[in-house]
Design a protein around this ligand. Structure first.
Ligand code: GRF
Length: 214
């Protein structure tokens, strides 16, 4: 795909989009503006037989909360300062999502490290989106890292969450060419176009595997 600025954006297509009956139940973790969260909601209203059951955020006034309000999706704010340990925090996430009968967790811009409490409870059922072509540029500031490294292609990766940050099994990736004129903002914009196209597909692939085993 080449957009109006001649940027090369490559995103994988699924030959057949999986169907779910009953709808797959998603729980969302988000800390930021929530554009990936909104893309998931939109996919659930069109191609994806998914129900976005609940949002958990650690930031009270983030964009994701506003999106939940806009689409009438229930949400909780969990302030990490109110928990003694990361494990306690994750146990709260588990309790909330269990109560909503969540099958798959989507980390749509979740800015907290999770513990094995959560990872083991939802083993192979937590999907994260990261703004680089993993295994390159793990951690924070992935876009800045790519620009500093002077690479010519970067992108985004949807992967299963495992204990080591940004290291789980890769589900899908999208690639974007970096131009001389690109800066952090322009690159973020291009990468997010791809994120919104691959995240729901990666969640559907993960959900299909989960339904086949349960
Ligand atoms: C995304 O770029 C994602 O790759 C990273 O956090 C960002 C969240 O953006 N993990 P948004 O809140 O979904 O707009």
């Amino acid at each position: 795909m080449i957009n109006e600025n001649n940027d090369i954006l490559i995103t994988p297509e699924l030959s057949e989009f999986p169907r779910f009956n009953p709808s797959i139940r998603l729980g969302i973790l988000a800390s930021g503006k929530g554009s990936n969260f909104e893309a998931i909601i939109k996919s659930s209203k069109t191609i994806f037989d998914a129900e976005v059951t609940h949002l958990i955020s650690n930031i009270e006034d983030c964009g994701a909360i506003n999106i939940a309000k806009q689409y009438n999706i229930s949400f909780s704010v969990l302030d990490h300062k109110e928990f003694e340990t990361r494990e306690d925090y994750d146990r709260s996430i588990i309790n909330i999502f269990r109560g909503k009968e969540v099958e798959i967790i989507v980390m749509a811009g979740w800015m907290r490290i999770v513990t094995s409490q959560l990872i083991d409870e939802f083993s192979n059922r937590i999907v994260n989106i990261h703004p680089s072509l993993l295994p390159s540029f793990k951690g924070i500031n992935a876009i800045e890292q790519a620009l500093e490294a002077n690479v010519k292609i970067t992108g985004c990766t949807a992967h299963i969450v495992e204990k080591e940050v940004d290291s789980g099994k890769i589900i899908l990736q999208g690639a974007v060419a970096i131009k001389e004129s690109d800066d952090q903002n322009s690159l973020l914009e291009k990468i997010q176009i791809l994120e919104h196209k691959i995240l729901y597909k990666a969640v559907a692939i993960t959900a299909k595997k989960w339904r086949e085993t349960c």
